[in-house]
Design a protein around this ligand. Structure first.
Ligand code: EPU
Length: 445
């Protein structure tokens, strides 16, 4: 079993290169199956989520060759429309194949994504938008069977109870690109990752207006050619380093970070006492002293991102005073709070969707378990601030979304390492059984 050992205390100093965006790369990679020629994607982060999608695409007849952070794709077989159930269950974001498969192949069979550790993750808006374009759906044995003989442009309102939907917008947009006529998507998600997807499609010959806004106008085209596209920098990875500096203290330059994608975060962090210096090629983050408590609400872009909410709670858990964090996207996304409390935090969830954080002066190291990606990031940075040793379990979640986290934090002066326990049998294959071994054997027989 793998775990991370973190010895906290050292301030973070130096420079770190921000990786390409996971949430930008995933729908773009899925959309390469719509191209009639080869595509080159640059700045793709090396993550297990990307590996999973590559594997699914290869089963769908798309050749995907990797060279460092560049992927070369080429469709070699247009026949398959069924995705592997187990692979799709591993990667919730594989739902972003639904629009591209329907648009290009007229069929899609894909596992129903179901919930995740921080709550229900419905796809009703994806289905509603695709239905408006002419698709039909049936769900049997946990699989969505989708069909579309001819997609036709439509007027689609894509807002829901929780606001806009990022992957729902990506799916409907993908289908609309090859639909006949014009589609208008109102209340589209305007996250930078969606804007990047629009840029990717337009570079393949699509005709989409309104990138970066809540209204996308898509004039359908007959086909898309190959392209060469560089994925945007990961604002969530950059924000995670910002939270780490705020929590641990120090002075770090985030090379490649785009401050315009982090305006809401910079604004709140400045109020808490973090200082920023924008430079042409990135963002300098300085945290000279103990931060102050703040209040914030996680909202769709350009609001404060939910994907930085757990890391920000970790940061505020050591600020002076009482902070209040409200979640308006995933109201149950607070389970890292109890693990942060093991490190000495004082975080309460008095009502669903709200966390009250009473800042403490010091964390002290302890074993903690991450149950999802951003919780893992929050616990990692909390470990960097804790006195003594923190043992972080659940690293498979971290690997889904952070490229080389140990190397990057080591370069900033942190003290952490990954260790893998040898299986007990391998450690002492022929050691004679002790008396207690015999008792355990008897009890478990
Ligand atoms: N929602 C619906 N119906 C739908 C779709 C969404 O009610 O059909 C609700 C969701 O339950 C949620 C809200 O709308 O309350 C927003 O969900 P959204 O669809 O935008 O989420 P997503 O597209 O499935 C992406 C990111 C998530 C990120 C969210 C919100 C990817 C691969 N995933 O998910 O990233 O939290 O947008 O910004 O882009 C992460 O990276 O850790 C992560 C979870």
């Amino acid at each position: 079993m793998e775990r991370m050992i973190i010895e906290g205390g050292a301030p973070l100093r130096g420079e770190v290169a921000v990786a390409g965006s996971k949430n930008g790369a995933l729908p773009i990679l899925a959309a390469t199956l719509m191209a009639d020629g080869p595509c080159t994607l640059r700045n793709v982060p090396n993550l297990t989520d990307i590996d999973s999608l590559r594997e699914i695409l290869m089963n769908l007849g798309v050749q995907v060759l990797a060279a460092g952070n560049t992927l070369h794709t080429q469709v070699v077989n247009e026949e398959p429309t069924e995705t592997d159930h187990d692979l799709v269950r591993r990667l919730r974001a594989s739902i972003c194949l639904l629009g591209p498969l329907l648009a290009k192949r007229g069929h899609a069979e894909i596992a129903f994504p179901g919930g995740c550790s921080f709550g229900d993750r419905p796809i009703d808006l994806h289905l509603k938008g695709l239905q408006k374009l002419g698709a039909t759906f049936k769900v049997t044995n946990g699989m969505i069977h989708a069909k579309a003989r001819k997609l036709k442009g439509a007027q689609i309102y894509l807002g829901g109870r929780w606001g806009s939907t990022v992957l729902g917008t990506a799916n409907v947009l993908s289908a609309a690109v090859l639909a006949e006529g014009t589609t208008v998507i109102e209340h589209a998600a305007c996250e930078p990752e969606v804007e990047d997807l629009v840029g990717f499609f337009n570079s393949m010959g699509a005709k989409i207006e309104g990138a970066g806004s809540h209204r996308l106008v898509v004039h359908g085209v007959e086909k898309l050619h190959g392209t060469d596209h560089t994925v945007l920098a990961d604002r969530i990875e950059a924000g995670t380093f910002m939270a780490a500096v705020g929590l641990v203290g120090g002075d770090v330059f985030l090379q490649g970070a785009n401050p315009r994608h982090l305006d809401a975060v910079i604004d709140i962090y400045q109020e808490a006492g973090v200082q920023f210096e924008e430079q042409t090629d990135g963002l300098r983050v300085i945290a000279p002293h103990r931060l102050k408590a703040v209040e914030l609400t996680a909202l769709p872009y350009p609001g404060f991102p939910t994907d930085l909410q757990p890391q920000t709670i970790a940061m505020l858990a050591r600020a002076q005073g009482c902070s209040i964090v409200t979640e308006r996207i995933y109201i149950d996304r607070f389970h890292s709070a109890s693990e942060l409390n093991r490190l000495g935090g004082r975080i309460r969830i008095p009502t669903q969707g709200t966390a009250v954080i009473e800042g403490v002066r010091q964390f002290s190291g302890a074993p903690v378990v991450a149950k999802d990606l951003r919780a893992a990031a929050a616990l990692l940075i909390a470990g960097l601030a804790a006195k003594g040793k923190t043992e972080l379990h659940g690293l498979e979640h971290l690997d889904r979304g952070y490229e080389k986290p140990v190397e990057k934090f080591l370069a900033l002066g942190a003290n952490l390492r990954r260790i893998t326990d040898e299986p007990a049998a391998a450690l002492a294959p022929s050691a004679p059984l002790t008396q207690s071994d015999k008792v355990i054997k008897k009890l478990t027989a």
